[in-house]
Design a protein around this ligand. Sequence first.
Ligand code: DGY
Length: 422
Amino acid sequence: MSLNDQAIDILTGNDRGGYTIPTKGLYPYQWNWDSAFIALGIASYDPDRAWSEVTALLDGQWPDGMIPSIIFRSDDPDYFPGPARWGKTPGAMPSTGVSQPPVLASVVRQLNAGGSPAEIARMREVFAPIMKWHRWFQSSRVMHGATVTTHPWETGRDNCPEWNIGLDQMAVAPDLAPYVRMDNKHVNPRFRPSQEQYDKYLTIVQRGEEMGWDQNRLLHEGPFLMADPTLHFVLLRANRDLKAMAEILGEDTAEIDTWIASGEASADYMWNDALGAFTARDVKTGAFSTGFSNASPLCFYADAGTPEQRGRIMENMKRIAGKVRFMLPSWDPDADAFEPQRYWCGPVWPQMNYMVAEGLARAGEVEMAGRIREDLSAAIRQSGFWECFNPLTGEGCVGNNFSWTAAVWLTWHGPQPLRGAA
Ligand code: DGY
């Protein structure tokens, strides 16, 4: 069977009727940014079904505009922490109490890039809810102008060593309710976050639940608060795409313009001059993270950063490209805590390669963009459609038959490559 057919098989096999799970067993619900990338992949062979992926995600929106990281349409005992642990949440469906990188606006724009009357009608259908979500980010996740997070899970880069400086500042709740991890029953624990990290993730969930998921309290009184280049640059890019949609729809862009201006200006809050990279930063202490991550070059995707900053990021990427067979590792191989097989401590992530390659190509860095794209394609050819890949060997890590890996493959190699795909 061709790789295109295998990818389509994975996406149809993970289809739960209108929405798609990331992979069976390990992740049995609808995840936020997974679904956005999945929609792009499905669009290469079934545009109508791609659209339902987008609208199903909006079904989980909270009254305040937040779109949560996971929507629990059922209670699956195979996953922890499920709806019982997150407690009562204000949306129409049970969910987590944190969000995820908001790629949806960029995906909607790309899905409807032709601008036909039907495509414009679809944009109109989702414009207001996405605008509301972006407004939620401004009110609930911006400090010093930078986009911040209250939980590593919200960044999508769960156990990246970027978060260690923030996690080291917090204690595990003495009253942490006992729990049994399920992730390590599905996959080898050497691929997954440590137990101490899990205790801290669950501590933040417990505090959020005790606060009734009051996002203002979580922001100001929660145990963890870090500025995140993933959220910041994905949101900035999404605001640019939302503005383009507003112009097509004849909507006022003044509010979005202020978000874009502040997103551009405040990226400097995360500029780590010692490393020559945008990195996470602990808002409570002001300390910077200690390594180059695959979120650092998302400034290209967002079209942000000065020429000098971009130059230093390119130098870092060239150094790293000399150390690994497969670009782009999620954590610097020269930094402490690099582990090539452990989730966000080193592996190559398909959706990150997709965004970074797209940004680099737009910026004229075609050689590095090509390497990042080719290396992921080669890892998939070698090992199959895994959640992520060891950057030294190309071995597949964590979940197999993974939806966003199939989706990214299809956006690059699928039956009808999308207009504007990297
Ligand atoms: C998990 O369960 O590992 C997820 O990444 C949390 O969203």
